[in-house]
Ligand binder design. Structure first.
Ligand code: HEM
Length: 173
């Protein structure tokens, strides 16, 4: 068991170092079209982040119906933990890293739309933090919030996403 988790850590570290080296080489080399490649990767990461942020509160809604200790509740715990660790967290880090690079390389740092987008993304990251704390609460069978709360919370990332996409594509100011 310990050997398997040790292997996973080694593989994850090798993967992260390889990705870091590749990114560093690309940023240093600056091949033509790098901006568009990074923008494409940014949008892919955004899609993964948003998919997780929209699905996780849905899982909480169903998890509320399962009794603590029941098989169904344990299954939801595994699904929530994997969704958070394997998709939502890495997607958020990638979105942020590439988004900040695009802002710096594209000269958007002083643009009004970018400031508004940044504010909305900070709120979105705050919602991400809240969802992580609810995953922990469910994992320890100490959720106190209602299904209705999670249904309403489910709408917040949707609303922020619509606002962010309009800002970055229309650039109204
Ligand atoms: C995490 C912080 C983020 C930063 C710093 C950031 C920054 C940027 C920048 C500077 C661009 C390039 C704009 C251009 O070339 O016209 C961009 C593109 C884009 N971003 Fe983000 N972004 C972030 C998060 C997000 C999120 C959360 C979403 C969606 C929910 C999003 C959606 C998009 C889309 C759709 C594009 C492509 C726009 C186009 O090509 O017209 N970004 N982002």
């Amino acid at each position: 068991m310990q050997a398997r988790s040790g292997n996973r850590i080694v593989r994850a570290t090798v993967g992260l170092v390889a990705a870091g080296v590749l990114l560093a080489v690309l940023v240093w080399w600056q091949p033509s079209g790098l901006y568009l490649w990074f923008k494409a990767l940014h949008v892919i990461a955004v899609i993964a982040w948003m998919a997780g942020m929209l699905y996780l509160p849905r899982l909480f809604v169903y998890h509320c119906e399962a009794e603590a200790g029941a098989q169904q509740s344990e299954t939801f715990k595994v699904m929530e933990r994997r969704l958070l660790r394997a998709i939502i967290n890495p997607a958020m880090i990638t979105t942020w890293a590439l988004g900040l690079w695009l802002a710096w390389d594209g000269g958007w740092l002083m643009s009004g739309w970018f400031h508004a987008k940044l504010a909305a993304v900070i709120v979105l990251s705050g919602v991400h933090g809240m969802l992580s704390s609810y995953v922990r609460a469910f994992a320890e069978d100490r959720n106190t919030r209602s299904q209705r709360f999670y249904r309403i919370l489910n709408e917040v990332p949707t609303f922020l996403m619509v606002f962010i996409v309009i800002l970055v594509i229309v650039k109204p100011f």
